[in-house]
Every structure is written in C-alpha cells, then in structure tokens.
Design a protein around this ligand. Structure first.
Ligand SMILES: C[S@@+](CC[C@H](N)C(=O)[O-])C[C@H]1O[C@@H](n2cnc3c(N)ncnc32)[C@H](O)[C@@H]1O
Length: 208
C-alpha cells in the first residue's frame, strides 16, 4: 500500500478527499493505514490537528514515521475520542461505524467517506477473476449514516485512468480485499480505471 500510494497513482483521489475536508481544526482518519490521505489533509491545513487511527500497529508505525500522531483503535469498538471534537473525520476504503462517527463529530463537522464504485478497477477484476464491488453500496452508506443522524451534503465521483506498471498492478490487487483470495498474477503494464465516490456527511436541520 505504501509503495503504491507513494507512486502517486491515487493522487487525484487524495486531492478530492482533501478538498472535501472544508476548513477543519481537527482531522481524524479512521482506518488510516499508513496515513497517506491524512498526511495530505494535514499539509493542506497546517493549523489543524491531525490524528491517525487504525487497528493495525504496523500500519500506524508507517503513519508515525511520516510525523502523524497515531492511536491504535478498532473502529467497531468505538473511537477513543470525546463527543463533538472532530471537524473532519476521514474514512477511505476502511470500515465505517456511522454511530461513532456521528458521536465524535463537532456541530459543524463533516465525515468524508471514499468508497469504490462498481467501475473501480473493473477491467483488472474481470481479467484476474477478482472479487466484485457490491451493487448499491452508496445507497447503503447513505442509509447507515442517516440512521446515525448524518445526511449526505455532497458527493463527487472521482474517476480517472491510470497507466500502471506491473508492480503497481500487483500492489493495487494486494492492497484490496483480493489480497487474501487466490487470483492470477496481473499482466502489465496496462491502464486501469480508478472509480471512487467521495461522499460528505453532516448534521443538518433535519437532524439538529
Ligand atoms: C483498505 S485499507 C485503507 C487504508 C487507508 N485508509 C488508505 O486508503 O490508504 C483499510 C485499513 O483499515 C484498517 N482496519 C480494518 N479494520 C479495522 C477496524 N475494525 N478498525 C480500525 N481499522 C481497521 C486496516 O488495518 C487497513 O489499514
């Protein structure tokens, strides 16, 4: 993951995530992995306090190595944060605990979720027999967030083609859910389609 992210393949996605953050004083990324998205948000908002959270210690060691404050936390067990203290809660390709995200969000805060669409890496998935992205994921997300008092106030489809080397193709496959499933080795170089929906959720007057 670190190698693929460092190569810049996902840079347009990171830009969109950072732009969706607004003007936060505190930025938390849940399921931050090596913290690459959070590092981008922190660089764009140097006065903000960034905090990386993840269940995996090795992943957070990488985040700490690039200067991020880190807390080991299982998103499903509850985030070890006071209620109402987070202005921007990022969740990129990671588990989403809508009730917890809502609890820790400040009054004007927002949750930024990046999740793959069915078109994400579709050509590569068809070629290698990889797992599909489930249909209706975006609607389910809106439902889960709505149950937790958060409405979708914006969304942006980030879709672009990326020319990848064979190593990048391998990394793309190995950093997703297919890492633990048997599959053919990708042939390359080739171009892939990155297709990710970046959604922004906030408390609105419907949910005061
Ligand atoms: C697909 S990776 C995404 C990492 C990072 N957001 C990125 O896009 O580079 C999912 C991350 O969520 C973490 N994760 C999985 N289950 C988790 C949980 N219950 N609580 C916190 N983190 C979790 C994994 O360790 C992994 O780092």
């Amino acid at each position: 993951r670190g190698r693929l992210l460092g190569s810049g393949v996902h840079e347009p996605l990171r830009r969109a995530v950072v732009e969706a953050c607004g003007e936060p004083s505190t930025i938390v990324e849940a399921g931050a992995g090596p913290g690459w998205y959070l590092a981008g948000a922190a660089a764009a908002h140097p006065r903000a306090v960034p905090l990386a959270m993840n269940a995996s210690v090795p992943a957070l060691r990488r985040a700490a190595a690039i200067g991020l404050a880190c807390v080991v936390a299982d998103t499903w067990a509850g985030l070890p944060l006071r209620a109402g203290c987070v202005d921007a809660l990022l969740c990129v390709f990671a588990p989403r605990n809508a009730a917890e995200f809502s609890r820790v969000l400040s009054g004007s805060g927002r949750v930024v979720v990046a999740a793959p669409t069915t078109a994400h890496l579709a050509g590569l998935r068809a070629e290698l027999g990889l797992l599909d992205v489930a249909d209706g994921k975006a609607d389910r997300l809106v439902g889960q967030m709505g149950d937790a008092g958060l409405d979708r106030v914006g969304n942006r489809l980030v879709e672009f083609e990326a020319a990848c080397t064979r190593e990048q193709l391998r990394d793309l496959v190995d950093m997703g859910p297919n890492a633990f499933h048997e599959h053919a080795a990708p042939r390359g170089p080739r171009t892939v389609v990155v297709s990710v929906l970046v959604s922004v959720f906030a408390r609105t007057t419907r949910h005061p």
